[in-house]
Design a protein around this ligand. Structure first.
Ligand code: ADP
Ligand code: MG
Length: 268
């Protein structure tokens, strides 16, 4: 890493700290005690078979789903809950919706499906959240949106509607839209899985640039080449648990678990 030496304490609090998190959907036990630490500026790639709980974990970090047990901290802040200590006992209270919305606004999420507003240009799509959620003026939101479109290489497509853009371009607009909220953490859930193969590279390229700029990222992807090249930490999930973690060389090339080996034998 070429980062300058951080100021005292800056590195001490991880960007993401997941502790003993469980998630049930009814009787279905989907996350079975997840512990995960992602440092500031780190890129964590989450791999694992379909149904292993990867999307659910991202959705819990983003508070789109409520966890059933455990604690989840982003930038040192307990997410979704408030601890109240009374007579030596700790009770947990769910935060109010507006407090949760404030916490969520610091986390950007990009999905497999881009979900752009079809009746708005690329520029308007990117301007929308800064105007509505950050409360920026039209002018400030527009200059922010143009800055982010430039960052994803789409300055010349600002006035195009989603239907006039390729899938790869639409996904880059979706990334710009997330970045326009100035997130401190970006979550990607299979961002290239819905794309034609020839469009995957341009999206990964934008993500590579984002990682190089120091953004903290958790990326669910089957693009093992991306994981090998960009990830600081690779995490392998199976059946609701993390069964292997380490640097890419360890997890991808020398997995210790048979289930991890079986997975890579299929995807590589
Ligand atoms: P992955 O992203 O690794 O494919 P998911 O997190 O989407 O896995 O799903 C993990 C398990 O949770 C699956 O068995 C899935 O069917 C189940 N699941 C996910 N979301 C819901 C939901 N909203 N209600 C009920 N079951 C769900
Ligand atoms: Mg998923």
């Amino acid at each position: 890493m070429t980062d300058p030496i951080p100021a005292d304490g800056e590195q001490a609090v991880p960007m993401v700290d997941v502790r003993g998190v469980h998630k049930f959907f009814g009787d279905l036990h989907v996350l079975k005690g997840i512990d995960l630490v992602v440092a500031r500026g780190e890129v964590c790639v989450l791999l694992g078979p379909s149904g292993s709980g990867k999307s659910t974990l991202l959705r819990c970090i983003n508070e789109m789903e409520q966890i059933s047990a455990g604690r989840l901290y982003v930038d040192g802040q307990l997410m979704g809950l408030r601890e109240v200590v009374k007579d030596g006992h700790v009770t947990l209270h769910r935060l109010r919706d507006e407090q949760i919305a404030r916490q969520r606004s610091r986390i950007g999420m990009v999905f497999q499906r881009f979900n752009l507003f079809p009746h708005m240009t690329a520029l308007r799509n990117v301007m929308e959240a800064p105007r509505q959620v950050r409360g920026l003026s039209r002018q400030a939101a527009e200059s922010e949106a143009r800055r982010q479109l430039e960052r994803v290489g789409l300055s010349d497509r600002a006035d195009h509607y989603p239907s006039q853009l390729s899938g790869g371009q639409q996904q880059r607009v979706a990334i710009a839209r997330a970045l326009a909220m100035e997130p401190e953490l970006m979550l990607f859930d299979e961002p290239t899985s819905a794309l034609d193969p020839e469009l995957v590279g341009e999206v990964l390229e934008v993500m590579r640039g984002l990682a190089a700029s120091g953004m903290t990222m958790i990326v669910v992807t089957h693009e093992v080449g991306f994981a090998r090249e960009v990830a600081d930490q690779v995490v392998f999930m199976d059946d609701g648990a993390i069964i292997e973690r380490g640097n890419p060389a360890q997890v991808i090339d020398q997995p210790t678990q048979q289930r991890t080996r079986d997975f890579f034998a299929k995807v590589l």
